[in-house]
Design a protein around this ligand. Structure first.
Ligand SMILES: Cc1cc2nc3c(=O)[nH]c(=O)nc-3n(C[C@H](O)[C@H](O)[C@H](O)COP(=O)(O)O)c2cc1C
Length: 170
């Protein structure tokens, strides 16, 4: 699929069938995480792939019991591993930018592979870290589920370009 087509066709899918994601498709998604830009190319990321139903169930309980967390074949947790106190000159924490960019690549790569996905940010980070055995100094800003959707809800309407874009100044 072309990149623009993947962007147009992707939407957040919140219910899933039990169909497993094929290894080559999962690898393509994970390869996108390997290739993603990061500050100084440091790649201070550990992307944890969660497919064990018991672990997904435990995380589901710490993620507002969002059904997709249990239903989807695969959950990806984006763990920031180092340089967590680095603040960019613009005032933003570098690691959140790195993790969200990786998340964006992953959901786009999933769409490219014909997979559905949804971002998961409503979760108890401390509890999820414990479940996944993540060292306490690391952070998990975001997660995503990927799989085969069973959710007929329509694609969201997006604002027109002229509502979002201006040139040269605000
Ligand atoms: C930072 C962030 C956090 C989000 N957290 C959740 C979440 O916890 N659960 C959920 O169902 N969707 C979550 N979403 C998905 C958004 O609700 C969704 O992207 C938005 O409604 C637009 O719909 P679309 O993805 O279909 O274009 C999140 C999206 C972003 C960018």
């Amino acid at each position: 699929m072309e990149t623009m087509q993947a962007m147009r066709e992707r939407r957040s899918v919140r219910h899933y069938t039990s169909k497993a994601v094929e290894p080559e498709k999962l690898n393509a998604v994970l390869e996108s995480v390997r290739l993603v830009p990061s500050r100084h190319n440091d790649q201070n990321i550990r992307c944890i792939v969660v497919r064990d139903p018991a672990v997904k169930k435990a995380i589901h309980e710490q993620a507002n019991t969002q059904p997709m967390v249990e239903e989807a074949d695969t959950l990806l947790a984006f763990v920031a591993t180092d340089a967590l106190d680095f603040v960019m000159p613009c005032g933003q924490y570098g690691y959140t930018a790195d993790m969200y960019l990786a998340l964006g690549y992953a959901i786009l790569a999933a769409a490219d592979q014909g997979l559905d996905s949804c971002i998961v940010c409503a979760f108890e980070e401390t509890a999820v870290k414990k479940i996944l055995n993540v060292p306490c100094e690391c952070r998990i800003p975001c997660m995503a589920v990927i799989g085969y959707g069973d959710d007929p809800s329509p694609r969201k309407v997006k604002k027109e370009l002229d509502q979002l874009i201006s040139y040269e100044a605000f």
